[in-house]
Design a protein around this ligand. Structure first.
Ligand code: PLP
Length: 399
């Protein structure tokens, strides 16, 4: 049998420490490695496979579209891209859409759009305020937007115009706002940065401040959108609306796609301002259309809310059982468990040995981002496995 992991070390750029699992196929909330071992998948392609692996609706959309038309360039109209744009607008508070290929691209587009807004409506304002621990992508600009120093250092000097301030502090945002500010950019729940929940009243206060100053509120819903938090878009449960919103991850049900959405007043791009070779291609747009339609029609977000609550309850029981579990937090099916020691890697490794994939979020925290179609049965199974892992790791490493 080919040693795929040896090929990785020989040929692939070594930018990430992979877990020793070569995933060969998937179905629903399960994957199988190249030796045929089964795993319950609570990583879901990093919060991407909202309908699980190889959902028939996703597979059918890909297959049909691949047999019809895949790529045209944006110099021509294509039907799937326009159907997707219409579906997004009809189900959100935004009125204009630009389809791209990933989360960072959507955010890069949001930055460009906010800068155009600043240039046209705010006397050339270009600065964007973001929060510490946020994550907005890995391009040079979205690296600067991300409030994580460790991401900045290797790529300095970074582009100017991004002001990172303390998370959850409306005073910090107010203090950083000047006549150069064109926007505030936030995740509703900081996902990669630790599943950090917004403080009570923070998001509404930011919205009010943006309104008072006439600046834009950009919500990065790349991870929280498409049902992950228990509503189709996360903003719907915080009593605010963004001027600009970005999506990716769950949108394509597994294929790479992103979207930039804006309210009419913020949609200031004019002809020639933005483009993309693959953006809005018929293949991924048709897949995203089918995925989003399914998510809406089958209330997949409602399932994420209910199952997420069930998961949180189960994790809280484990928290009480194991004193080294210091926190369980999250919303919908974006949930983290934190420890008082750096044991996340050991827990993840033990879960893998028992046949479950779970994400190592930080040295001392793990994250659960399963497909949104899972039910209580899968959660019970995951809790059982985790219980065993916590017990095993507790015996080994926690005094
Ligand atoms: C909130 C958020 N924004 C942006 C990104 C970047 O998305 P992508 O990896 O598709 O470029 C991520 C990825 O994890 C994310 O969680």
């Amino acid at each position: 049998m080919t040693n795929w992991q040896e090929l990785d070390s020989k040929y692939y750029m070594q930018t990430i420490v992979r877990h020793p699992v070569t995933i060969a196929r998937g179905k629903g909330a399960r994957v199988w490695d190249d030796a045929g071992k089964e795993y319950l998948d609570f990583v879901g392609g990093l919060a991407v496979n909202c309908l699980g692996h190889c959902h028939p609706v996703v597979v059918q959309a890909i297959t049909e579209q691949a047999n019809t038309l895949m790529q045209t360039s944006l110099w021509y109209y294509n039907i799937p891209m326009l159907r997707l744009a219409e579906l997004l607008v009809k189900n959100s508070c935004l009125q204009r859409v630009f389809i791209c290929n990933s989360g960072l691209e959507a955010n890069e587009g949001a930055v460009k759009l906010a800068r155009r807004y600043g240039a046209l409506k705010l006397n050339g304002a270009y600065e964007i305020i973001t929060t510490e621990q946020s994550f907005h992508g890995r391009s040079v600009a979205t690296t600067a937007a991300s409030g994580q120093k460790k991401m900045h250092t290797p790529y300095e000097p970074l582009p100017v115009g991004f002001i990172n301030v303390a998370n959850n502090s409306i005073d910090a945002i107010k203090g950083a706002t000047t006549d150069k500010t064109c926007a505030v950019m936030l995740e509703l729940v900081q996902a990669e940065g630790g599943v950090n929940m917004p403080a009570e009243g923070f998001l509404k206060a930011v919205r009010a401040w943006c309104d008072e100053k006439g600046i834009l509120l950009i919500l990065d819903e790349v991870q929280t959108g498409i049902g992950r938090l228990g509503t189709l878009f996360g903003y719907q449960q915080f009593g605010i609306e963004p001027d600009i919103m970005t999506l990716a991850k769950g949108l394509g049900g597994g294929v790479p796609i992103g979207a930039l959405l804006a309210k009419e007043k913020a949609a200031v791009f004019t002809l020639g301002d933005h483009n993309s070779t693959f953006g809005g291609n018929a293949l991924t747009s048709a897949t995203a259309f089918a995925t989003l339609k399914y998510v809406i029609e089958h209330d997949v977000a409602g399932n994420a809310r209910r199952t997420g609550e069930y998961l949180m309850k189960g994790l809280t029981v484990l928290k009480h059982k194991y004193p080294f579990v210091t926190d369980v937090r999250g919303l919908g099916l974006l949930v983290a468990m934190e420890f008082n020691a750096d044991i996340a890697q050991d827990i993840v490794a033990d879960c893998i040995s028992q046949g479950m994939l779970v994400n190592r979020l930080k040295p001392n925290a793990i994250r659960f981002i399963p497909p949104l179609i899972i039910g209580e049965r899968e959660v019970d199974e995951a809790l059982d496995i985790l219980d065993h892992s916590l017990a095993t790791v507790a015996k080994k490493s926690v005094k």
